[in-house]
Design a protein around this ligand. Structure first.
Ligand code: FDA
Length: 368
């Protein structure tokens, strides 16, 4: 069987590209080293609950074209992301908004809240923030920083806020309305029945063959010789045998438990913002789809330093890694017949709507 494309990785990027290629009559082989399709948006059904196996995924976008595109593959519900923060047993609404300020200080009006934040910023009087702590305080004052930012951020990055660069927090969403909707985007929701169906439909063409448990690197020379074009969505540094060193990531460890109770925390996402609790959040998956199953499944997220073999989740885009990536990118541009894409191929944090947009843009360029 001869193919026009080999797609390495059946995540959202690879699958969108494969779907577009097959639509234009191309034959595509998709390989993935995991034992399932979907990459990180894979959802697994346990006890009737769609479990977001690689972390909570909420689709959101302002782009109507992308929203219509993804809606071809699934019907989306009206889920609105409204996480809450648990700080030492006290619950606060996120993102920071009038509900949060009322709970923190008892203020009622936006003006009272603004005055409170302004007074705290003035009292500290930071002109040029030298680190993340100073940056955060200069944006939102000490109370919000101490209760809702400090512990969470330090756990996430594994370093003290005073040792983290200020650029990590450029802006902090502060809203002076009683609105707990985390995203400002016009469209948002969760596919009813989970995300895996989207990938299944994308890969359902008879022009596409999928092979799981296939690592590109176990057969790399043969793949490169026998396929005219390759779309590679794995790690870019690995493709070049880590020639310039490893690109760094932050990783996560997930600990899931199936509980014999209907409702554990009353919300899909609860952030633990104190420093002592070792995890950053608990996800209760059924609430993404308003489930009323008799049991519930929860997942605790523990941030951790990435080392080879761990799942690479969040790229660490500091100067050192950005410089390394630029060098790899140059090699990638010189590599004949291999196109690098997706979050690992581009060493970039992409939301799902951005991944679809990037894959569609590649398809347009490559296939027209
Ligand atoms: P992805 O990693 O999904 O796919 C790559 C595939 O390639 C994988 O299946 C992998 O197994 C395979 N592969 C790699 N190397 C290979 C090799 N050598 N051989 C064969 N196969 C190989 N976005 C959003 O819009 N809303 C949200 O709420 C979230 N939430 C979220 C939480 C967490 C914890 C993370 C880390 C990310 C998010 N995202 C998100 C982002 C979202 O996960 C992301 O946009 C897409 O999954 C990226 O799709 P890709 O196809 O680029 O990569």
């Amino acid at each position: 069987m001869s193919y026009d494309y080999l797609v390495v990785g059946s995540g959202l990027f690879g699958s969108t590209f494969a779907y577009e290629a097959a639509k234009r009559g191309k034959r595509v082989k998709v390989i993935d080293k995991r034992d399932h399709i979907g990459g990180n948006i894979y959802t697994e059904n346990i006890e009737g609950i769609n479990v977001h196996k690689y972390g909570a995924h909420i689709f959101h976008t302002n782009n109507k074209e992308i929203w219509d595109y993804v809606n071809q593959f699934a019907e989306f519900n009206r889920y609105t992301n409204s996480p809450v923060a648990n700080y030492k047993g006290q619950i606060y609404n996120l993102p920071f908004n009038m509900n949060t300020f009322n709970k923190l200080w008892g203020v009622i009006t936006p003006e009272e809240a603004k005055n409170k934040i302004e007074a705290q910023r003035k009292a500290i009087n930071i002109e040029k923030p030298k680190n993340l702590e100073e940056q955060a305080i200069s944006l939102v004052g000490t109370d919000i920083y101490e209760k809702l930012i400090k512990g969470y951020t330090e756990k996430q990055w594994g370093r003290k806020a005073t040792e983290l660069p200020s650029f990590i927090i450029k802006r902090l969403p502060v809203r002076f309305t009683y609105d707990n909707n985390y995203f400002n985007d016009r469209y948002q929701g969760i596919p009813i029945g989970g995300y895996t169906q989207i990938i299944e439909k994308m890969l359902s063409s008879e022009l596409i063959d999928v092979e799981l448990n296939r690592d590109f690197f176990s057969n790399r020379e043969e793949y490169i010789e026998s396929y005219p074009r390759i779309v590679y969505t794995g790690m870019i540094d690995q493709f070049f045998d880590y020639k310039y060193g490893e690109l760094e990531y932050r990783s996560l460890q997930f600990e899931s438990s199936l509980l014999d109770q209907e409702n554990y925390q009353g919300n899909a996402v609860v952030n633990y913002t104190d420093a002592e609790t070792p995890f950053t959040r608990i996800i209760e998956h059924k609430h993404f789809e308003f489930g009323n199953q008799p049991k519930t499944l929860i997942t605790k997220e523990f941030p951790k330093t990435w080392k080879k073999g761990d799942e690479p989740y969040y790229p660490v885009n500091d100067d050192n890694n950005s410089e390394k990536f630029r060098k790899y990118r140059k090699l990638a541009e010189e590599q004949p017949n291999v196109i690098f894409g997706g979050r690992l191929g581009m060493y970039q944090y992409y939301d799902m709507h951005q991944v679809i947009a990037a894959a569609l843009s590649l398809a347009k360029k490559e296939l027209s």
